[in-house]
Design a protein around this ligand. Structure first.
Ligand SMILES: NC(=O)c1ccc[n+]([C@@H]2O[C@H](COP(=O)([O-])OP(=O)(O)OC[C@H]3O[C@@H](n4cnc5c(N)ncnc54)[C@H](OP(=O)(O)O)[C@@H]3O)[C@@H](O)[C@H]2O)c1
Length: 459
C-alpha cells in the first residue's frame, strides 16, 4: 500500500488491519511511516492485522526499483498491491531524473512497480481520480512538466496512469492478475494543499467533503468479489463509485499498443531508433568488431546516415546507446531475480544463475557488453551510460546493504563484494562467449552459485 501514512491511504490501511491483513506501508519519510505503523497498531481492531514499513521516495526511479526489491524480498506473494500515493503539485518541481514530480509519482511509479513485481502479484488496485476527464496528456511535454499547470497537470498524470490500466489487464491476461482503477470520491485530505492563506481557505471548503474513511470504502471493495486464481483471465474495472466511467470506455476498448501515448512523429522516431539498435546488434553478432561499421549498420537497417546522426549524434553514440540497452536488460534480469529472493543466500545464488541464463539466452547482447568493456565509445558517452546504470546499481546495492548490515553477508567493501559476486560469473560468461574450450554454462550454473555464496557468506 503506497502513500499509507495519511489521508485515504491511512484509512485504507486501517480497514485492512481490521480485516486481519498483513499490511506493508510504503512511505517516503521514515519518521512519518513509523508514526503511522505505531498508530495503526494502536487503533481499535488493529491487533487483528499487522503493519510494517518500507521507506522509499516514489518520485525517484532508483528508489522505486529499490522499493520493489525490498517488497519482493519480504513478500513471496502480494495479494493486493494498492497504488495510492499521489501528488497534486501546485508548482513545477522536477525530480532528480528530470521528470515533473506528479508524473513520476502518479504515473511512472505504479507503472514500474507493476512491472517489477508482476511475478508476485494477484491483484492491483489503482487509486485513480475522476478528474482524469480534464486531462490532456501531451507525451512530448507532460513528462518533464513543460506544459505545467497547477490544475491540469494533476489531471494529465491521472489520465496517463489510467490509460495504462487496460494495457496491464491485457499484458496479464493469462496470468490471472486482476487490475482495478477506483475513484475514491471527493475526500477531505491534504492533497494539493498549497499552504499559506490559500491552503487555509481550501481547508474551509474541504470541510464539506467526505472523510478519508468514505474514500477508503471503494478502494477496499475488492473483498466483495472473489479472488482470482493464477491462470484465470484478468479483468479490468474502472469505477466511479458504483457507476462505470463511460468516457473512458473507448480507451478501454481501444488501447492495445505500446505507442498509444506517443505522438505519430514520436512513434516514427522511436521505430527508426529501434531499427538502428536492432540492426547494430545483428551486424555486431554476424561480423564481429571488425565488421561493426557505420556503413554496415546503415546498409542492414535501411536507415540513412543522416537519420542515424539525428538520433544518436554519431556512430559512437549509437554504440553507447546499444551498450546501455544491453547492460540495462542484463541488470533488469538480475534485479528481477533478486526481487524474488528472500534470503541473502538465495539472492546471491539467483544473481549468479540469472547472469548465466541471460548469457545463454542473449549471446549477442552479452557479447556486445563484454566487447564494449574497453571501447572508446563508453568513455566518450560516460554520462549517458552512467544514467542507465546508476539506478540499477542502486537497486542491487539497496538489496545488499541491509543484508550486510544485518550480518547476513560478509562485511567487505562494496567493490570487493561486486568482484566476488559478479567477477567469476562474468569471466565464465566472457570465456564461453569467446568459445574458449572446456567452458560449459550448464556446469557453471550447477557449481558457481554455491561456490560464490560461500565466498560471501559471513565468517
Ligand atoms: N482526496 C481526494 O479528493 C481524491 C480524489 C480523487 C483521487 N484521489 C487520489 O487518492 C490518492 C490518495 O490521496 P489523498 O487524498 O489521500 O492525498 P494525501 O493526503 O495528500 O496523501 C498522499 C499520500 O501520498 C504520499 N506521497 C506523495 N508523494 C510521495 C512520494 N514521492 N513517495 C512516496 N509517497 C508519496 C504522501 O506521503 P507524505 O505524507 O510523505 O507526503 C501521502 O501519504 C491519490 O492517488 C489521489 O490522487 C484523491
Amino acid at each position: 500500500m503506497t502513500g499509507a501514512n495519511r489521508g485515504i491511504g491511512y484509512a485504507v490501511a486501517t480497514e485492512l488491519m481490521r480485516r486481519g491483513c498483513r499490511v506493508v506501508l510504503v512511505t517516503r519519510n521514515r519518521a512519518r511511516g513509523e508514526q503511522a505503523v505505531a498508530a495503526l497498531g494502536a487503533s481499535p481492531g488493529g491487533a487483528d492485522g499487522s503493519a510494517e514499513l518500507v521507506v522509499g521516495d516514489l518520485s525517484v526511479l532508483s528508489s522505486i526499483r529499490a522499493v520493489a526489491v525490498e517488497l519482493g524480498s519480504r513478500c513471496d506473494r502480494i495479494d493486493v498491491l494498492v497504488h495510492n500515493a499521489g501528488v497534486w503539485p501546485t508548482r513545477l518541481v522536477r525530480t532528480e531524473d528530470g521528470y515533473e514530480q506528479s508524473f513520476a509519482v502518479n504515473h511512472l511509479a505504479p507503472f514500474l512497480l507493476n512491472h517489477l513485481l508482476e511475478k508476485r502479484l494477484r491483484r492491483v488496485v489503482q487509486v485513480s481520480a475522476g478528474l482524469y476527464v480534464k486531462g490532456r496528456v501531451d507525451p512530448d511535454r507532460t513528462p518533464r512538466g513543460e506544459d505545467f499547470h497547477w490544475m491540469r497537470t494533476y489531471c494529465d498524470t491521472k489520465l496517463a496512469n489510467l490509460l495504462t490500466v487496460p494495457l496491464f489487464a491485457k499484458h496479464w491476461k493469462n496470468a490471472g492478475v486482476t487490475i482495478d482503477a477506483v475513484h475514491p470520491g471527493v475526500v477531505r485530505t491534504g492533497l494539493g494543499d498549497p499552504g499559506g492563506v490559500k491552503g487555509r481557505l481550501l481547508k474551509v471548503v474541504k470541510r464539506r467533503w467526505d472523510a478519508p474513511e468514505a474514500g477508503a470504502a471503494p478502494v477496499t471493495r475488492w473483498r466483495s468479489r472473489p479472488a482470482r486464481d493464477p491462470g484465470a483471465t484478468s479483468t479490468v474495472t474502472v469505477r466511479y463509485r458504483s457507476r462505470p466511467w463511460r468516457t473512458i470506455r473507448p480507451w478501454l476498448d481501444g488501447c492495445g499498443t505500446r505507442g498509444w501515448l506517443m505522438s505519430p512523429k514520436q512513434q516514427r522516431g522511436e521505430a527508426t531508433a529501434e531499427r538502428l539498435l536492432a540492426s547494430a546488434l545483428d551486424v555486431f553478432d554476424s561480423a564481429g568488431q571488425p565488421g561493426f561499421t557505420v556503413h554496415a549498420v546503415t546498409a542492414a537497417s535501411g536507415v540513412s546516415l543522416g537519420s542515424l546522426y539525428h538520433h544518436f549524434g554519431s556512430f559512437d553514440g549509437l554504440a553507447a546507446a546499444l551498450y546501455s540497452r544491453c547492460m540495462a536488460a542484463l541488470f533488469d534480469e538480475l534485479i528481477t531475480a533478486l526481487s524474488r529472493a528472500r534470503t541473502a543466500r538465495t539472492g546471491v545464488r539467483a544473481i549468479v544463475t540469472a547472469y548465466l541464463r541471460f548469457t545463454e539466452d542473449n549471446p549477442a547482447a552479452a557479447r556486445f557488453i563484454h566487447a564494449s568493456a574497453y571501447a572508446g565509445y563508453l568513455a566518450a558517452h560516460a554520462e549517458q551510460v552512467a544514467a542507465a546504470k546508476a539506478p540499477r546499481m542502486a537497486a542491487v546495492a539497496g538489496w545488499l546493504r541491509p543484508r550486510m548490515a544485518a550480518g547476513e553477508i560478509a562485511t567487505l567493501p562494496e567493490p570487493l563484494i561486486e568482484m566476488l559476486l559478479i567477477g567469476p560469473v562474468a569471466e565464465t560468461a566472457r570465456r564461453w562467449l569467446a568459445g574458449v574450450p572446456g567452458i560449459d554454462l550448464g556446469q557453471a550454473a550447477r557449481v558457481l552459485p554455491d561456490r560464490i555464496w560461500r565466498s560471501l557468506a559471513p565468517d
